[in-house]
Design a protein around this ligand. Structure first.
Ligand SMILES: NC(=O)c1ccc[n+]([C@@H]2O[C@H](COP(=O)([O-])OP(=O)(O)OC[C@H]3O[C@@H](n4cnc5c(N)ncnc54)[C@H](OP(=O)(O)O)[C@@H]3O)[C@@H](O)[C@H]2O)c1
Length: 240
């Protein structure tokens, strides 16, 4: 798929992988829209990168997603790529877990991308070439027991992406998945003991993850699995 002159919306574009995607996609000559919830972070992104367009959205809230859709499509009628990147990872021990921690994580990582896709899909289907990219994780393939709801929600998003790809076969909409490995800005924050055990896992620089994503999209590799995520996928298959 061609990755120049596209109009791309990235959820969770105010930090980490999402912000790096925005920078690299902008440098390729695309129009890039980043979203987040925190208005101050969005203002900071706009100040640092004036060519980026910023909008607020709470991806777990259908009304907020519909409002985003109306505002974005009015200003950017050629929008043709949606990147569902916003995510939340929590260290959860089931004996002490609060129900709202569990529902927040599933809502952000699974309901959010599904709602975003559902609302934007009719528009994407009208574009000559379009795509949805869902950011899953290497952990989707091999459950990380210290973040069990995160692992389950990312496996759910992987399954949803497979079904969506199959249902949209023959349309203009391509469905990609990016499964980042642990990066130089890891999401996991647990106890000192849990952090120490996780710290043995190698980290991939975020710019490299995004370079792999761009190469994957350009080559129409629908499932992009950089670095250690490949190993997790293999081990996950063997374990099944
Ligand atoms: N970092 C890693 O090592 C790693 C590894 C594998 C997979 N991933 C996946 O990669 C993606 C990005 O991770 P990251 O570490 O770069 O994230 P991050 O720096 O923590 O940024 C998360 C982004 O998501 C937004 N966000 C969170 N909840 C939201 C919600 N309910 N509605 C709207 N926006 C929301 C945040 O905006 P606000 O601050 O405004 O809420 C922020 O822009 C995630 O899907 C994550 O699961 C990350």
């Amino acid at each position: 798929m061609n990755l120049t002159n596209s109009t791309i919306l990235i959820t969770g574009g105010t930090s980490g992988i999402g912000l790096e995607m925005a920078k690299q996609l902008l440098a390729l000559g695309n129009t890039v829209i980043v979203t987040g919830r925190n208005v101050e972070k969005l203002k900071q992104v706009k100040a640092n990168y004036p060519e980026l367009h910023t909008f607020t959205v709470e991806v777990t809230d259908l009304k907020s997603v519909q409002e985003l859709y109306s505002e974005v499509i009015e200003q950017f009628p050629n929008l043709n790529i949606l990147i569902n990147n916003a995510g939340l990872m929590q260290s959860i021990k089931f004996q002490n877990a609060e129900p709202e921690h569990i529902t927040d994580e599933v809502a952000t990582n699974l309901n959010g991308p599904i709602l975003m896709t559902q609302v934007f899909l009719p528009h994407l289907l009208k574009q000559p070439e379009s795509a949805v990219l869902n950011v899953i994780s290497g952990i989707a393939y091999f459950a990380f027991d210290k973040a069990p709801i995160y692992s389950a929600s990312k496996l759910g998003l992987h399954s949803y992406s497979q079904s969506l790809r199959s249902q949209l076969k023959g349309t203009s909409v391509k469905i990609f998945e990016l499964a980042p490995p642990r990066t130089t800005k890891p999401m996991f924050k647990g106890s000192a003991e849990d952090n120490a055990s996780v710290d043995r896992v190698p980290k991939m620089p975020i710019p490299k993850v995004v370079e792999k994503m761009i190469q994957g999209i350009q080559k129409n590799h629908y499932v992009i699995v950089p670095g250690m995520s490949k190993l997790l996928r293999l081990v996950g298959k063997i374990r099944l």
